[in-house]
Design a protein around this ligand. Structure first.
Ligand SMILES: Nc1cc(-c2cccs2)n[nH]1
Length: 244
């Protein structure tokens, strides 16, 4: 998978080169190229933003700069492929595990990191004439810029790629993979500060263990995110689940 990131703070994306993702880059499972938006300015001040039409607080990022940057970075590759252009914004569609799974199937992602009060809307409208553009939100809160959102999304997507995680089963069993929150986990010692590991987990009876884990996931989901249960298809809950 090819990943391009356009930003005015390239150093913000350095964490992508650390740890697990750094190893994935070394193994050439992903390539990450970060582009400094200011390289596409032509004035002495390297201006990337301006006052908003219609007034109001803050600044809006200039369309000319973004237009040149996207033309340069999102050029069709050898077989004419263009990237999925992803624009983090609090006003976007929710980025979920399902989105991560969709993106993990794509060959090329390009992320446009907005700052200030956002990017001139014509940048998205113009790019949408050439490639699919997704405006996505990683949560109902407002960040200062899109770079942190890109770190979140790249990690959520890259961990799904074959060879990135040591144990692929982790990605299959993590929260949301079956529509439920993950239940509690335990490791040694058996007793810690007077707190014991649930006996069932030391029973060796894997049928019972699986049942207990499913029950814990259902109870936790019901307690913390009941709306996720509404989304479960009828065939995903068996009669034991319904009895809980
Ligand atoms: N979910 C989300 C995205 C954002 C921002 C993206 C770009 C600037 S602020 N805040 N919250």
């Amino acid at each position: 998978m090819r990943i391009d990131v356009l930003t005015i703070f390239p150093e913000y994306l350095e964490p992508l080169r650390a740890a697990l993702l750094g190893k994935a880059i070394d193994k050439k499972l992903i390539s990450v190229d970060v582009h400094d938006l200011r390289d596409y300015t032509h004035d002495v001040h390297k201006a990337v933003d301006d006052s908003p039409y219609g007034g109001g607080p803050g600044m809006v990022m200039k369309p000319q700069v973004w237009g040149e940057a996207l033309d340069d970075v999102c050029k069709p590759d050898a077989d004419g492929t263009l990237p999925r252009l992803i624009v983090p914004t609090p006003a976007g569609q929710p980025f979920t595990q399902e989105t991560a799974r969709e993106y993990a199937r794509l060959p090329w992602l390009a992320f446009a990191c907005g700052r200030y009060e956002g990017i001139d809307q014509r940048v998205v409208d113009d790019a949408a004439g050439r490639m699919q553009v997704d405006e996505v939100s990683i949560g109902d809160y407002v960040l200062v810029g899109g770079e942190v959102a890109v770190l979140v999304m790249v990690e959520a997507v890259a961990r799904l790629l074959p060879g990135v995680l040591g144990n692929p089963a982790s990605a299959e069993q993590d929260s949301f993979s079956d529509g439920l929150l993950e239940g509690p986990s335990y490791t040694r010692p058996e007793l810690w500060r007077g707190l014991a590991v649930p006996d069932v987990l030391r029973s060796g009876n894997h049928k019972l263990i699986d049942r207990w884990r499913r029950d814990q996931a259902l109870e936790r989901t019901f307690a913390r995110r009941p709306e996720l249960l509404d989304r479960l298809a009828d065939d995903q809950l068996d009669k034991h689940d319904r009895a809980l």
